[in-house]
Design a protein around this ligand. Structure first.
Ligand SMILES: Cc1cc2nc3c(=O)[nH]c(=O)nc-3n(C[C@H](O)[C@H](O)[C@H](O)COP(=O)(O)O)c2cc1C
Length: 200
């Protein structure tokens, strides 16, 4: 007998995550889809940075970045990552851990094409995570790629998505006197999900 009701109800953690994000989109001042993406480098040293969560699929979460960045090297070396979303307006968080793989097919092309022209050119111009001499040299690179690619730049080969397939998803909501509610979903060896309440 479960007491998982109200905002935690439902049999599909991805549908639940979509519902919570939709609520955050109506409430948060900026970037409701911002997530803190955690990786480890080859020495086991953790690293974390914000990225934007762009798609919640039937069994995965997708974000986009530069494949030459520090995060991409860490994602590809470990094949695993975690992220947390925290919505201050809702006083809720979602934590996710799992395996990662690239999304560099038509879906990445379509998302790239949906971005503004300046953002598409910016993706071409930025050698993300590499040392940069000055702001002026970045703007010179923007001018160079603008002259080269014009108004219809293709998706750069060094830019695309990562798909995180979770093995664990936790939904957390603030409770009075720090007696918060936590429900952790875990993928079983058979591929189904089991869910349990955790102590705050
Ligand atoms: C709210 C917010 C959203 C961001 N979204 C992205 C994103 O979707 N993709 C991305 O590559 N960087 C994004 N960034 C920049 C990253 O936090 C980071 O500076 C950059 O990706 C380089 O990280 P790395 O050196 O660990 O690879 C975002 C930053 C903030 C503050």
């Amino acid at each position: 007998m479960s007491d998982r009701t109200g905002i935690f109800a439902g049999d599909d953690p991805f549908a639940l995550a979509r519902d919570w994000l939709a609520e955050a989109e109506a409430r948060e001042v900026n970037d409701p889809n911002a997530i803190a993406l955690a990786t480890v480098d080859e020495g086991g040293m953790p690293n974390v940075r914000m990225v934007l969560l762009k798609e919640i699929e039937a069994d995965a979460f997708v974000f986009y970045t530069n494949y030459s960045s520090a995060k991409a090297a860490e994602l590809e070396q470990a094949g695993k990552a975690a992220f947390v979303a925290h919505w201050k307006s809702l006083r809720r968080q979602i934590r996710v851990r799992g395996t990662v793989e690239r999304e560099e097919g038509p879906q990445a092309d379509a998302y790239f094409a949906s971005r503004s022209l300046k953002s598409r050119l910016g993706a071409w111009a930025s050698h993300q995570s590499q040392p940069l001499a000055s702001r002026a040299s970045l703007m010179a690179e923007v001018a160079r790629v603008t002259a080269k690619h014009g108004t219809n730049p293709p998706r750069p080969p060094f830019w695309g998505g990562f798909r995180l397939r979770p093995t664990e998803i936790e939904f957390w909501a603030d409770g009075a006197f720090r007696l918060h509610d936590r429900f952790q979903w875990r993928k079983t060896a058979q591929g189904s999900w089991e869910v349990r309440r955790l102590s705050p």
